[in-house]
Design a protein. Sequence first.
Length: 224
Amino acid sequence: MGTPREHDPEILSNRLLTYPGVESRFGVPAAKRLHIQMMSEKWGSGNPNANITDLTNAFYDDHHYVKWTPGVTVSRDRYMRHSCTDSSSGNWPVITGEWSLSVADSAEWNSEFTLDRADAVEWYRKWWTVQFLGYEKIDGWVYWTWKVNWIARRNDWRWGYKQGVEAGVISKKSSECLRGIYLDLFNIMTEGEEQQINIEFHKQLRLPYSESPGGRISAFNFQL
């Protein structure tokens, strides 16, 4: 069940069909029953498990566009903070079935987010990286679309994977997505935010974590 009305707690809780129960009544063997996928509880449309008695083949989806996420201030700083600390915890197993590098409609071409800035590719590459790492922690992800035609007569590569690769924002090899990219975020974060991000980052890359003698964690702006 994809993208029901968002932030309506009654949709998934009261209206999701109970496929497993139907299959049980018809004697369908467990190995041949359908896999079902629905939006996770994080979507805000209720508890997807409310009427499902057998969750053996249940799978969940989390569409995550920062541009439409409530409570996130529209700025480079806040977008990056959100993507570094956001959690997909909850229903499991889960994938991020939709995401992109698009920003709030009102800010797409302002002085901070425009693709014409000299540092646009560098910043969007960093933002791609932190989102990619977060979604790799779960059971996978699907980018919004493979390619797009120009949007409003502009080559807006924030929506198209192929265009993002061509622009130098997305690496052709996931193992190289961090190569040469400095994630120097600590100068804008509090100590608590810095620590949370560094711990999560080390977990994702399966690296040992340690604090510096002064109590601050080791530098985050390193290079693979």
